[in-house]
Design a protein around this ligand. Structure first.
Ligand SMILES: NC(=O)c1ccc[n+]([C@@H]2O[C@H](COP(=O)([O-])OP(=O)(O)OC[C@H]3O[C@@H](n4cnc5c(N)ncnc54)[C@H](OP(=O)(O)O)[C@@H]3O)[C@@H](O)[C@H]2O)c1
Length: 275
């Protein structure tokens, strides 16, 4: 029988993960969601067989895999209230809440529970996510595979050996979509200022970003080799790249990552470890 996967919180990320599971062939009858908002519940309940309820305890009592998908600020209160319904049960707990460590989760729920911490990103909402996963000591191989399958439904998954790396993953792939949005914005604006029609500038920028990402992923070549290939000596690309290098794009990227990572560490302290 399929394990019962229960979600606490039925917002954007939970809905995307559920859609991914359904695409992979998980039957709706193996899925449950606790969500306070009646409209969101009704929307989720249109999936045949899915059990939607306002009661977190009902989901916790049934779940073999319990996905915590509420905002980080809500998580402590939600976990403390789940202690009783989880008593004597041993589901795999998967938290997608940014910044809350496995130590805090174990303290709030039950130290003996197997816990996976995940850092997905917003493109997961469109099935193109990148998720970093970390497991605590109590997680079995079968449970690792279960967690991997959940996030494979909305993109790629990479395992982390060290929980502290999640702060850097947050800075890279968690915040990363915004860096690329900014770069695309800058190229579009630049092209516009130099004379291109706004719609045309946008279309060409977006398709170029998409095309470059596809080449980087599928060509089998390294990023540096790809860059060298499009850079003919004495050509146009060489001149453009010279400005980006001269103005310190690599240093800027490193500093942006370090600043985001430092903020992730501070937020984690505020949200979890200090409480
Ligand atoms: N979206 C992303 O790209 C992304 C990326 C990485 C990590 N995450 C993490 O994923 C988690 C969910 O994010 P999201 O974007 O899906 O947020 P969201 O859309 O706000 O979803 C959270 C849901 O939880 C519900 N909720 C609130 N209090 C609850 C309670 N006590 N019991 C059960 N459900 C409750 C909310 O209902 P109401 O609206 O009625 O309050 C809402 O539907 C967050 O912890 C976030 O850090 C998200």
């Amino acid at each position: 029988m399929d394990p019962f996967i229960g979600f606490i919180g039925g917002g954007n990320m939970a809905s995307s993960l559920i859609a991914g599971l359904i695409r992979q062939g998980t039957p709706g009858a193996s899925l449950g969601v606790a969500e306070p908002d009646a409209e969101k519940r009704q929307q989720l309940a249109t999936i045949p067989g899915l059990f939607a309820t306002p009661d977190n305890a009902l989901i916790a009592q049934r779940a073999d895999v319990l996905v915590l998908a509420v905002k980080p600020q809500m998580l402590k209160a939600v976990c403390l209230a789940l202690r009783e319904p989880l008593a004597g049960r041993n589901p795999l707990v998967i938290s997608i809440a940014a910044g809350i460590g496995t130590d805090a989760l174990a303290r709030w729920l039950d130290p003996s529970l197997p816990i996976v911490r995940a850092m997905p990103n917003t493109p997961a909402l469109m099935g193109h996510g990148a998720t970093g996963l970390f497991v605590n000591a109590g997680v079995s191989e079968a449970q690792r595979q279960q967690a991997e399958r959940l996030f494979n439904g909305v993109g790629i998954v990479r395992w982390l050996a060290d929980e502290a790396q999640l702060d850097l993953v947050t800075a890279l792939s968690g915040s990363g979509p915004a860096y690329f949005f900014l770069f695309m914005e800058a190229l579009t604006e630049g092209a516009q200022e130099l004379g291109l029609d706004p719609g045309l500038a946008r279309d060409l920028t977006l398709q170029t970003a998409l095309g470059a990402a596809h080449m980087a992923r599928d060509s089998g070549l390294g990023l540096d080799a790809l860059r060298v290939r499009v850079t003919s000596p004495g050509g146009t690309t060489e001149q453009g790249l010279r400005v980006l290098e001269r103005e310190g794009l690599r240093r800027i990227a490193r500093e942006a990552l370090a600043a985001a990572q430092a903020r992730a560490v501070t937020l984690a302290q505020e949200l979890g470890e200090a409480s």
